[in-house]
Design a protein around this ligand. Structure first.
Ligand SMILES: Cc1ncc(COP(=O)(O)O)c(C=O)c1O
Length: 443
């Protein structure tokens, strides 16, 4: 060894001591995942169906009366009774059960007499069914920015206002109430109807009032992922008798069947002035839904319990921005959505998946998500994705930063604790990957 030789440097310590234990190392990096059991979701069978619901559906099957307009008085059919219960639940004058949430939304727009060819405003963050329903109603979607909490931005809508806009569709996306009160005021000021796509928020309230009752009509889905589940289905609620009559006729109440929906008097139209689109609900599904309604309040409590547990346990975590409700408790709790401001939400979602939590980055380039507006290619004259994204720069940024985790009402508090542990574990590693370190939340 000559004078220039140095003793070999001692091995450098591992970057952080927490990686000594396999359970502390990310599963993405070969560590032990937080959980191995599948994350409960409806498409894996985690549904809220009780034996009484199965029995109700079986009774309807055994009745052999599947079509909603049969020989019985309307108030004795499953659809008629389901609609009466919806009116009681929502406190509305009318309810109409139909074949899907998309059908309910398109019917609401058509029945509100939004002229075909006109523009209908809707947020850039919603399921593709919203702009699709607008197209189904013969109109064109007019996209509006969402704010950092992923709610339709009423100020942006006011700034962008175009006189060809003839209706506003507000969406309570991933169960979070939009500011339906502000939007109802804006719609009234502009002289256009507000229609609520309340599909993801069945049963949620804003200031003690049910979502879906702020506009001229509220549209809901009863697809398997929703608070009431019959596989496929939906309904609309409204206080407007003329709108209701048009929706009933359009949905397929022909040859006097419209009259059954107006037991106390004559309907305000014959129905012959409208096409028949056959978007009806059937008796088997209505029987199932009616049975489920008896346990809906309990299910809503579970959604809230799980959401509150997770959001409270992660409220102090630096580096993530949890969606904030427009008013306390104004959400269903069916999904835990947060942003990773300035970070890598794609990596975050992938790391969570490896920890055993189903998570998606909504604005991902690798995982096509039809809740991101640039993937609604039918809605534009161009295929240039960058040009489409440039239409809504804020929404683009927020969706690129957003991570979405489904929260089934069937989650146990242990499942919720797994989610909390996984998010904390991934966030700690993410902080080390981000050059600037974790930023303040809420940006
Ligand atoms: C916001 C929103 N609107 C509309 C729909 C369409 O409902 P359906 O699948 O019953 O047509 C969905 C479906 O998930 C949705 O999330």
């Amino acid at each position: 060894m000559n004078g220039n030789d140095e003793a070999p440097a001692p091995p450098r310590p591992l970057p952080t001591a927490r990686h000594d234990r396999p359970e502390d190392r990310l599963a993405l990096h070969g560590g032990t995942p937080v959980r191995r059991a599948p994350w409960p979701t409806y498409d894996k069978g985690a549904v809220f169906i009780h034996p009484e619901d199965e029995e109700a559906a079986c009774r309807a099957v055994r009745s052999h009366l599947y079509f909603r307009y049969d020989h019985r008085p309307h108030q004795e059919t499953e659809c008629g009774r389901f609609e009466a219960e919806l009116c009681r639940y929502f406190g509305t004058r009318h309810a109409l059960a139909v074949s899907s949430g998309t059908a309910a939304l398109a019917l609401a727009l058509m029945a509100a007499r939004v002229p075909p060819g006109s523009l209908v405003a809707c947020p850039g963050f919603t399921f593709v069914a919203t702009p699709s329903a607008i197209v189904m109603a013969g109109c064109r979607p007019f996209l509006v920015e969402v704010d950092r909490n992923l709610r339709l931005d009423a100020d942006d809508l006011r700034r962008r206002w175009d006189p060809r806009i003839r209706a506003i569709v507000v969406v309570h996306m991933r169960g979070f109430a939009a500011d339906a009160e502000a939007l109802a005021r804006l719609a009234a000021e502009m002289g256009v109807p507000l229609v609520e796509d309340a599909v993801p928020a069945l049963g949620a309230e804003l200031h003690g009032r049910k979502l879906g009752t702020f506009g001229v009509a509220g549209a809901f889905s009863t697809q398997s992922d929703k608070a009431l589940n019959c596989g496929e289905g939906g309904f609309l609620v409204t206080d407007d008798s003329a709108l209701f009559a048009r929706a009933v006729a359009l949905s397929g109440a022909y040859e006097g069947r419209l009259r059954r929906h107006f037991p106390d008097g004559e309907p305000p139209l014959t129905g012959l002035e409208l096409p028949l689109l056959s978007l009806r609900m059937d008796e088997i599904r209505a029987a199932l839904l009616r049975a489920e309604m008896t346990r809906l309040p309990g299910r809503l409590r579970l959604f809230h319990r799980n959401y509150e547990h997770v959001s409270a346990a992660l409220a102090d975590l630096p580096g993530i921005a949890i969606r904030q409700p427009v008013a306390p408790g104004a959400y269903l709790g069916e999904a835990f959505v947060f942003r990773v401001p300035g970070g890598d939400a794609g990596w975050f979602a992938r790391a969570l998946c490896r920890e055993g939590i189903d998570a998606r980055n909504i604005g991902s380039d690798d995982d096509v998500n039809v809740r991101a507006f640039w993937n609604w290619r039918f809605a534009y004259d161009t295929d240039d994705v960058e040009a489409i994204r440039a239409l809504l720069p804020h929404t683009t940024r927020y969706l690129r930063e957003a991570v979405d985790v489904p929260l089934s009402s069937n989650l146990t508090l242990d499942d919720c604790a797994d989610l909390v542990r996984a998010v904390r574990k991934v966030a700690a590693e993410h902080a080390g990957r981000t050059p600037a370190g974790p930023g303040p939340v809420g940006r």
